[in-house]
Structures are given as C-alpha cells and as structure tokens.
Design a protein around this ligand. Structure first.
Ligand SMILES: O=C(O)CCC(=O)C(=O)O
Length: 277
C-alpha cells in the first residue's frame, strides 16, 4: 500500500482515499470542532470558514495529528523525522457560497523546500455538491507559479490568492471523501474548491507536516511540533503539547504564532483585510 502511495503521490501530487478515523473518532472530532467553533474563543482563531492551529490548545486535536495511520503515510512521503507546522479547519456552512480559489499552498508559506505534505481529513461527507476540493493531477511538477490576490469575501484563503494559470477543468479530479477518510497533497499541487449547494455543512481539517530539514525563510522565528522521530535541525521553535483545552499558556502561544504567521503570509500583500489579530 505504501509503495502505491509514494508512486501515486510522486506522479500525481496527491493520494486518496486514506482511511484514518473510524466512525466513533470522526464523530468525536466533529463534535469537538463544533464545540471550539461555538466557544467564546472562536473569533481569535480565524474566520468562521477557516480556524487555525487548533492542535496548539486542544489536547484532542493534538492526538489526531499523531494518529499512526496518518503518520505512517506521511513518513512514506517525507521520511521519519516529522514536524506539524499547521492545522486548519475548513467549514462550509449549508448553502454557503464560500469557495477556495485555485492555488498552490507553498506560495506564501515562506518554507525553504517542498519536503512537506498536507493531509486533509473529511469530518462530514465531502462531495461535488457540498464543495469538495478539486486537484489538477501532476501540477506539482510545474514548481512555484505566479499568484495574484483577488479580493472576494467568500474566498476562504488568507489573501484571496489565485494561481495565474489556465485550469483545464476537464483534466481535474474531484476529491470526494467519506467521513474519516483523508486526502494527501503536495504543496505545489494546484487545487481549489467550490461552494456548498447542500443543506448540510461540509467540514474538514488539514494538517501540514514538514520534514525537520525544512526552515522558514521569511521570518527569523517560526513554530512547529515534533510528532515523530528526532529533530537534529532545530529550525523551528518547539510548540508545547497542550494539557487542557483553551488553557491560558497555550492560548497565549497560539496568539504569538498567529501574529508571526500573519507577517509571513501577508508579506508584500496590498491588503490584510482577512488577517487574524
Ligand atoms: O477545504 C478546502 O476546500 C480547501 C482546503 C485547501 O486549500 C487546503 O487544504 O490546502
């Protein structure tokens, strides 16, 4: 299985479906995310459609990012020494016109290399009708493409960034997933997603894993959490493992990380409209 995973990932820039959470864990994770989204802390964590770095203050999400089923797949792609750089929850409410423009993740992340992989876990049914992701197979081989920032309040991306590349829709792949299944994608893979035309919310959480050799080039400091192996490079400041949901220390740490991340993500942007402060 892992041989196929690596072969397909290198050829196409993605792999799915990967079964990572059973029914009980999926339900628990979804309920936990809803609890966070409906809490008094939600406005500090991002926008309604995208909440960031929940693993920093949630012991339960911290367990999810270490699931052996996930780490084994990640190890196949980036090797045994693994950091978590970020987590983001993407919610599309029922009948929501939120979308994600076609983009490559690595465009504004400031990371030194593409020794990374993002694992997107479905916490609801995810299909064409409710706005699943679409991938352009093989587009990771194009390397870094030019992007422009397009202001649109329905776009869930930080800067509204869109790749300046003509997408041949007929060559794209729909990433339809069952709850508890995941897709993996490369940081240069062109991807995007459309609106939710159904009466149920679409929910997913993406975890970005880095090889420990990667470093941040756009800021003197950046943060990550070691989840497997050893970190002989120490390129990132270590994120402490949270012990209680929303405790003051981890919420302060989250804030500090967010301020730093905004500086990286919005470098050179004309506007910081959607920056989280
Ligand atoms: O959830 C979505 O529709 C898009 C997520 C995305 O762009 C990503 O995980 O890189």
């Amino acid at each position: 299985m892992n041989k196929d995973l690596l072969h397909n990932f290198e050829r196409d820039g993605y792999f799915f479906p990967l079964n990572v959470l059973d029914e009980q864990a999926t339900e628990k994770c979804r309920d936990h995310l809803l609890e966070i989204m409906n809490s008094q802390y939600a406005p500090k964590l991002g926008n309604r459609g995208q909440l960031n770095n929940l693993h920093v203050f949630s012991p339960y999400i911290n367990e999810i990012i270490r699931k052996p089923e996930v780490l084994s797949a990640v190890e196949t792609i980036i090797g045994p020494n693994i950091l978590v750089w970020s987590t983001s929850v993407f919610l599309k409410d029922a009948h929501s016109s939120s979308f994600v423009s076609w983009h490559q993740d690595l465009t504004y992340w400031g990371l030194s290399t593409d020794h990374e992989v993002s694992v997107w876990i479905a916490l609801s049914e995810v299909n064409e009708a409710n706005g699943c992701m679409h991938f352009l197979p093989g587009s990771h081989h194009l390397g870094q493409l030019q992007h422009e920032d397009i202001s649109n309040s329905e776009n869930l991306l930080t800067r509204g960034q869109k790749a300046s590349f003509k997408i041949n829709e007929s060559a794209t792949v729909k990433v339809e997933l069952k709850p508890g299944q995941a897709s993996l994608h490369h940081g240069y893979l062109l991807h995007g997603s459309g609106s939710n035309r159904t009466s149920q919310p679409r929910l997913g959480m993406v975890i970005t894993y880095l090889a420990t050799s990667v470093c941040q080039t756009k800021s003197p400091v950046d943060y990550a959490m070691l989840v497997k192996g050893t970190d002989e490079f120490q390129n990132f400041k270590d994120i402490p493992v949270p012990t209680a949901l929303f405790d003051d220390d981890s919420m302060n740490f989250h804030k500090q990380m967010q301020v730093n991340l905004n500086q990286v993500l919005y470098r050179g942007a004309a506007s910081r409209e959607s920056a989280i402060v």
